[in-house]
Design a protein around this ligand. Structure first.
Ligand SMILES: [Zn+2]
Length: 519
């Protein structure tokens, strides 16, 4: 590598592991496969697909991603014990390019209170586990959990021992989001200067955003020699989240003059990938979120607009198209054909089968009859809606609502189950939606608690589609539902029914968190 060539930074995405394990972001198998494929399209080097021993669902999804997703290294997480490592490999073995990621806490507070192990015991366990993993594959990552709060001398010892045992990447996590940029850069610098075999492994960083510093800390580490950044789409993750992929990648790209570092990320895929994840999880991105927020490139101030018209670079450090904002959002109308729809679906990050495309196309035609202009967000909403129908036991045949301000609502609902129509009429409830939800609960004989419920417009305009997302709890598990319609009452009803169908299909996530310790 010549002196002028920028350093290549490995992008390790943990949206499907650290991101997915955070509240409100759980995904089912099909959704994880969709996200994994989008991450390949984005150009992510390593996809951390899950924590195979955490649950049968985690195992299954890592195995399916390892079997079917091509184009990135597929990684699985394991604690430092034989069972975890063996289970991780069992899930990963079909991936042509697999990585096992083992971790063990090293900070005094974790050693004393969580693990009850002394320093020598920690090193012994780390070395044993790296060696066991190395018996399965060459590509091994080791993380000393809570590294940012670990004594510097001990951190050097652990890292040296892990590399000597065969770790090819050593990841330095700030598990609790405690680090600050200069401090964290110093942690990396210390390793570079003092670990004798450090040149035999890539130094990675994994920063949490509890103080809003995850991106800044990661960049500071890159300056000191880190060669891999662990991050997530939209910065999702435990508590305040992880380092945001789109922010850290665009910081290095925009300030290449300073960092002299590059990535393999196809940056025009950033916005579509961000939207895909939002559509799947229902977890919205704040409007002023850097890079992918709706306002990220909106120049409202008059003086800025004047400057922008004369010369965009007066106020714009990045071009919207570089991160995937398209200039014209208006895409399709009544006369658009299937090929045009297929094209837009692909651009939005979806990989549809011919059958799925036909279904979405039929829905699109119905929507285009109701509403003149069909936007990207409308298409994404239609696709997400179709992707959920396969598991539906109940479908909505019809409903009727009578409600007045302050009065008691009367609702009738008719559901279809395998051709059989069941109707019920109810009076009462706190408003029409509550009455509709209760009536569906009665017909389906499913008692639930609503944990979260939202309706928002997918695009602008009075004829915009309303999208409703709902999260319900049933017998200790959480289920999400989504509904889309130009009528918001119908959207909400469909979302509730979608969640109830997931109850019927057993497609929920356990309420209680999975194994708590993770990097
Ligand atoms: Zn983490």
């Amino acid at each position: 590598m010549s002196a002028t060539e920028p350093r290549r930074i490995v992008i390790f995405d943990t949206t499907l592991r650290d991101g997915e394990q955070s509240p409100g972001c759980s995904m089912n198998l099909d959704e994880k496969l969709e996200v994994a494929q989008a991450l390949v399209d984005l150009g992510v080097d390593v996809i951390e697909a899950g924590f195979p021993i955490a649950s049968p669902g985690d195992f299954e999804s890592v195995r399916e991603i390892a079997r079917t997703v091509r184009g990135s290294t597929i990684c699985g997480l394991a604690r430092c014990n034989e069972k975890d490592v063996d289970r991780a490999w069992e899930a990963l073995q079909d991936a042509p390019d697999a990585r096992i990621h083992v971790f063990l806490a090293t900070s005094a507070i974790h050693r004393e209170f969580k693990l009850r192990m002394d320093m020598d015991e920690i090193i012994r366990r780390a070395v044993e586990s790296v060696k066991r993993a190395k018996g399965y594959c060459d590509n091994i990552e080791f993380s000393p959990e809570d590294a940012a709060r670990t004594e510097p001398d001990f951190l050097c010892r652990v890292v040296e021992a892990a590399i000597a045992a065969g770790a090819t990447t050593v990841n330095i996590p700030d598990t609790v989001g405690y680090a600050t940029p200069t401090h964290f850069g110093g942690v990396i610098k210390n390793l570079v200067n003092r670990v004798p075999n450090i040149d035999q492994a890539v130094i990675s960083v994994h920063c949490h955003n509890d103080l809003g510093l995850a991106v800044a800390n990661s960049l500071s580490a890159v300056e000191q020699g880190a060669g891999q950044i662990e991050c997530t789409i939209n910065g999702i993750g435990e508590r305040a989240g992880n380092c945001s992929l789109e922010e850290v990648v665009m910081a290095m790209r925009t300030r290449n003059d300073y960092y002299h570092a590059t990535t393999r990320i196809n940056t025009p895929r950033l916005v579509p990938t961000s939207r895909l994840l939002t559509n799947i999880t229902g977890m919205q991105v704040q409007r002023n979120k850097a890079i992918v927020g709706r306002n990220a490139f909106a120049h409202e101030a008059g003086i800025h607009q004047d400057g922008m018209l004369k010369e965009p670079t007066t106020y714009e450090i990045m071009r919207p198209e570089d991160v995937g904002f398209t200039k014209t959002d208006l895409v399709l109308g009544k006369h658009s054909g299937r090929a045009a729809l297929a094209d837009r679906a692909k651009a939005l990050g979806y990989h549809l089968t011919a059958e799925q495309l036909q279904e979405v196309f039929d829905e699109f035609k119905r929507l285009a009859d109701k509403k003149k202009e069909v936007y990207d967000a409308d298409i994404a909403a239609l696709i997400e809606k179709r992707m959920n129908v396969a598991e539906d036991v109940w479908t909505l045949s019809g409903y009727d609502v009578h409600a007045t301000g302050g009065g008691t609502p009367t609702v009738s609902v008719t559901l279809d189950r395998g051709g059989e129509k069941i109707s019920r009429t109810n009076t009462g409830g706190d408003g029409p939606l509550d009455a509709l939800f209760r009536t569906i609960e009665e017909i389906t004989d499913t008692s639930v608690v609503v944990r979260d419920f939202r309706v928002h417009s997918v695009t602008r305009g009075k004829d915009a589609q309303g999208e409703s997302t709902i999260e319900i709890e049933h017998q200790g598990r959480v289920y999400r539902g989504r509904g889309v319609s130009t009528d918001t009452v119908e959207a909400a009803t469909l979302a509730f029914l979608n969640a109830v169908n997931r109850v019927a299909a057993g497609a929920g996530q356990p309420l209680e968190a999975r194994p708590h310790d993770a990097v």
